[in-house]
Design a protein around this ligand. Structure first.
Ligand code: ZN
Ligand code: ZN
Length: 250
C-alpha cells in the first residue's frame, strides 16, 4: 500500500463553492488515520472508495463545527457497515467532551456499538500508537480564548515524519516547533492574519521537504488559490495548495 494523504475537505470554517469542511485521510501502509470529521466526511469517504470501518483511528484536532460536524453520520456508517475483527479508536481533544458527545450520538441513535468504536481523550505530547504509526499530539492555542484544548499532530513511522498543524492562532505563534526534518508539513491557511510575508520569513529555513496548505481561508479559495501559490514561490521547498480530492503520495 502506497503511503498517502487524501484531502477530503479543505475549507476553512465554512463550506465554500468548491470546498467542504476539514477532513484528511492518512494512509501509512496498512494503517488508516482520519484527521477531523468535518461535513460531509462520510459521503466523501464513500466516494473515495474507502470503507469507514477500516479506519484505525479518528483524531479530532478541536471541537469547532467545521472539524467535527460529520461525526454522527460517520459513527452511523462505521457501525452499520462494520469490518470483521476491526475496531476504530476515536481520540477527542478534551476528556470532558467525551460524555456529552456520547450522549448526543446516543440521542441520534448512532452510538449503538461501543464494541466497534472506542472513545479516548488525547493529551499534549502523550504518544498514541496507531498500527505502525506513532502520533504525538502537539498542543496549540487555537482554542485558548474558549479555554479549551486544540492540537496538531506529528506522525512518525519508519523514517517518515509528517506534521499536521491543525488550526492555529491568528498570529501563528503556535506553529509547531520543527527542529528535525519533516517530509511533509500540512499547514492550515486561514489564520495567517499577520501576513504571508512574515510566515514565509519565519519558515523558510526550517527543515521541511514539502509544504501542503489545507483549511484554505477566504482570501485564497474558489479560484484565488493562485494568489497563495504565487506568494509562496519564494520558499526553498515545494508547496502545494490542496483542493478537495487532492492526494499527496509519500
Ligand atoms: Zn477550522
Ligand atoms: Zn477552528
Amino acid at each position: 500500500m502506497q503511503n498517502s494523504i487524501l484531502f477530503l475537505g479543505t475549507s476553512h470554517g465554512d463550506p465554500t463553492l468548491t470546498r467542504f469542511c476539514s477532513s484528511a485521510l492518512y494512509r501509512f501502509n496498512d494503517t488508516a488515520i482520519l484527521v477531523d470529521a468535518g461535513e460531509p466526511v462520510t459521503a466523501l469517504l464513500v466516494r473515495s472508495g474507502f470503507k469507514s470501518s477500516m479506519l484505525d483511528a479518528l483524531l479530532l484536532t478541536h471541537m469547532h463545527t467545521d472539524h467535527i460536524g460529520g461525526l454522527p453520520a460517520l459513527v452511523t456508517n462505521i457501525t452499520k457497515y462494520p469490518t470483521e475483527n476491526h475496531t476504530t479508536d476515536f481520540y477527542f481533544p478534551d476528556k470532558q467532551i467525551i460524555e456529552p458527545c456520547k450522549n448526543f450520538l446516543d440521542a441520534v441513535l448512532a452510538f449503538e456499538r461501543p464494541d466497534i468504536i472506542h472513545l479516548h481523550a488525547m493529551e499534549a505530547d502523550k504518544k498514541i500508537e496507531v498500527g505502525n504509526v506513532t502520533v504525538t499530539p502537539l498542543a496549540n492555542d487555537h482554542m485558548k480564548r474558549k479555554n479549551a484544548p486544540s492540537f496538531g499532530f506529528l506522525f512518525e513511522t519508519g523514517n517518515i515524519r509528517i506534521i499536521h498543524t491543525g488550526d492555529l492562532s491568528a498570529d501563528f505563534h503556535d506553529f509547531p516547533q520543527i527542529r528535525e526534518t519533516v517530509d511533509i508539513c500540512v499547514c492550515e491557511a486561514t489564520h495567517i492574519h499577520t501576513g504571508l510575508d512574515k510566515f514565509i520569513n519565519d519558515i523558510k529555513e526550517l527543515p521541511i521537504k514539502k509544504l501542503v496548505f489545507n483549511h484554505i481561508g477566504p482570501l485564497w479559495t474558489d479560484g484565488k488559490e493562485y494568489l497563495l501559490e504565487d506568494a509562496v514561490k519564494k520558499l526553498p521547498f515545494p508547496v502545494i495548495v490542496a483542493h478537495d480530492g487532492s492526494e499527496v503520495l509519500f
